[in-house]
Ligand binder design. Sequence first.
Ligand code: HEC
Length: 472
Amino acid sequence: MRNIGLIAASAMLLLAVGACDGSKKAATGGKEGATLETAGAVTPVPLPDSPSFPVPAATINGWIANSDTAAIRAHAWSLWQAMTAPSGQSVNNQQLPIWDTWADTSVVFPQPQATNASLTAEQAKPSPGRKFFKPAQFHHTRDARLKALATAAADNFPLAVDSKYDPPAATFIGGPQAGPGGGTYSYASGASLTKLNAAWPTGTTPQNRAINEFPIRAIETKPVFGLVKANGLTAQPLWQGPSASTNAGNPTPDTWTTCVLIQPGATGAVRPATSAEINAGAVSVQAQGLACKTFLWAPLSTFYAAQLNAAEAQNFNAATGVSGPAAAAAGDYSVLLAMHVNTKEIPFWTWQTYWWQPGADTPNNFPGSKQGQPGALGGPWNNYASCTAYDQTTTPGGSTMQVCFNPYLETSPGIPAGVTSNCVSCHGVALVGPNPNYPANYNKPIVFFTDPTYFNTQSTHTDFSWAVASAP
Ligand code: HEC
C-alpha cells in the first residue's frame, strides 16, 4: 500500500495531459483538435441501437447454451450489415461506412512523447487519413525464433492494420478509470497500466486482478488492408483453405495457390482469367513473390477500396516494409482484405471475423463461409465470408474446440497453432505483467482467470483486450 499518493499524482498528471477521453481532441491536444475540426475531420458515428445491437446478454448466452450456430452467425452478419452502413460522412467524396468513422489506434492509444520519433510523419499526424501499422500480433510473441519467422512472413505479403474503436470503446479506454489503491488510471497508457498492476493489495487473487470491464456497447475492430495498384492487374491471393497453399501449417497469403487478378475501373463478376490476363498479371505475381498457380479475374469493386494520397502510400510502405515495384504510390488503392470484430454484448465478448471471398465459398467452408448473409447486404460487403467464436468450445463445457481464425492474420508463423485457434482463448489471456504470451495450442479451453499457466499475482488481465495489454 505504499506510494499511493505518488500513483494518484501520476494518474492525475496523465489525465491532465489529455488522456481523459477517447476523442480526437484528447489525443491531439486542444489546439490541434481545433485545427482538426476546421480541416473537416470525421466525427465517429456510434452503431445505432436496434433489435440486433446490443442484443441482451441472456439472449446471446442462450444461443451459446443451445449451440445455436445459425443464430450466432446471423448476429455476426447483422453486425456486419450495421457497421458497414453508410455513415453520412465522406472523405475525398467517398462515403465512409460507420466503422470507418471510428477512432483508430493513433487516436485511442496516443504515443507518449518519448517514442513519437518511432512513428512516421503520417502516423503521428491527426486524422483524416488512414494510418497503417504492421499487425503487432505477428511479433507480439516473446519467443525470438517465432518472432523472426513471423516478421519474415509478414513482410512477404504486404498487409497493414488500422484497428478502430467505436465511441463507447474509445471513450472507455481513454477515460479515467478507478482502480486499486484508490488510484485513477488510463488504459491508453502502458505506464499507467504498469502502476495499476503494481497497486493491487497483497493477497488479491489472479481472478480479481482485472481492469474494469468495457461497456456493453463497446466494439473493437481490426481491419486489414492490402494494396491494389492503380495501373495494370494486381494479383491478390484468394483463400481456398490450407490445402490450396504451399505451406498447409502456416498458410500465409503469399503461399496461397489461387490468385485473383484485380482490375481497377472494370465491372463484372469474378471469373476465370484469360491467358492474356494471366500473362499481364505475371509482373504483379513476381513483384509480390506470390505462389499463384490458378488465376481468376475480378474488378476492384469487389473490395472496400480507397485511393491513397502520397503520405498514406508512404505510410503503407513504412508499415509493410515493401519497396520496389510492389510498393504503394499515390493513386494506388488500399483494399479491405479482412476485419476482426468483437463486441462486449456478453462478458467474454462476441467474436467474429470477415475476409475477402468474392465468388463461391472456399471448399469445405473452412474456417467459415458467406452462408446466412442477409439478402439486403449489398456490395462490396457481400464479398466477405465470416466465422464466429462466441465460446471456446462448440458445446458448453464440451471438449471439441471452436476453430475460427482469419486467413490473413492467424496463419502467421508468429502465432502458434493459428489454424486451430479461436479468438476467445487467445484474447482471454491478454494481460499486463511479466511475459504475457499466446496459448501454445488450442487443445482444451483455458479456465479464465485462474489457470496458473497464464494468471498469477504479478499480472492484471485486461478484459480480453490485447490492445490495452500492449498500450504504448
Ligand atoms: C494468437 C492470439 C490471437 C488470436 C488467436 C486472435 N487475436 Fe485478436 N489480437 C491479438 C493481438 C496480440 C492483438 C494486438 C494488436 C495487433 O495485432 O495489432 C489483437 C488485436 C485484436 C483486435 C483489436 C483490439 C484489441 O483488443 O486488441 C481485435 C478486434 C481482435 N484482435 C479480434 C480478434 C478476433 C475476432 C479473433 C478471432 C477471429 C482474434 N482476434 C484472434 C491476438 C490474437
